[in-house]
Design a protein around this ligand. Sequence first.
Ligand SMILES: [Zn+2]
Length: 210
Amino acid sequence: MELSSGNGYRPHTEITRREGHSKQQLVDLEGAERAARGLLLALGADLDSPGLRDTPRRMAAAYGDMLTPEPFSLTSFPNDEGYDELVVVRDIPFQSLCMHHLLPFHGVAHVGYLPAERIVGLSKLARVVEFFARNLQLQERLTTEIAECLQTRLEPKGVGVVLEAEHLCMSLRGAEVNGARTVTSALEGIVRDDPRTREEFLSLTLRRSR
Ligand SMILES: [Zn+2]
C-alpha cells in the first residue's frame, strides 16, 4: 500500500508480510510441532527423556520466529538539502536460514544508497535486511531482495548491498571451511553503472580483510 501526499512524495511505503514471499504460507505452529516430533523420532531421539520432551514445541516456535518477517513502514523524508553523496550503513548484523539445510547463516550487511528525492531513516535499512532475512533463504537471493526493495520503494539514484556471512551448513560439517565467510553483492542504478560511484561504494564496504 502506498500513502501519497499531493506532489507524489510518499512519506511511508508499507512493507507487508507477504512482500516477496507470495508463495510462502504463513507458519502453522501445530503442524510444525507434529513434523518436528516426526523428524526427531526419525533421527533417533528419545522424546520421553526430560530434556527432549518439549523440544518439538520449542523447535516449532524457534523456526516460526525465524520465518515470520515483521511488517513495517519504510519511512522517508524529502531530500531538502539536496544531499548527493552515498549514504552507507555498515555492519548491520543479520541471521537467516539456509533453504538447503535449514541451518543458520549469519553475518553482517552493508547497505548504501545514493539519494534522489527522498532520504530514508537509517534504522529502516536494518529493518529491510531483517525483513528479508526471516525466510528460507539463499545469501545471493537475500542480497538481491534487499537491493531491489530499496530501489523500487525509495527510488534513489542507486543502491548497493554487500553481505558477508558464515554458513553453519559449511562450517559445522568440514573443519577446513570453519570461519569461512561468503561475500555477495547486489548493485542497482548509478551504484552499478557509474564506475566512480561503484568503486566508492565497494571501497567503503569491502575495504577490510579479515
Ligand atoms: Zn546450506
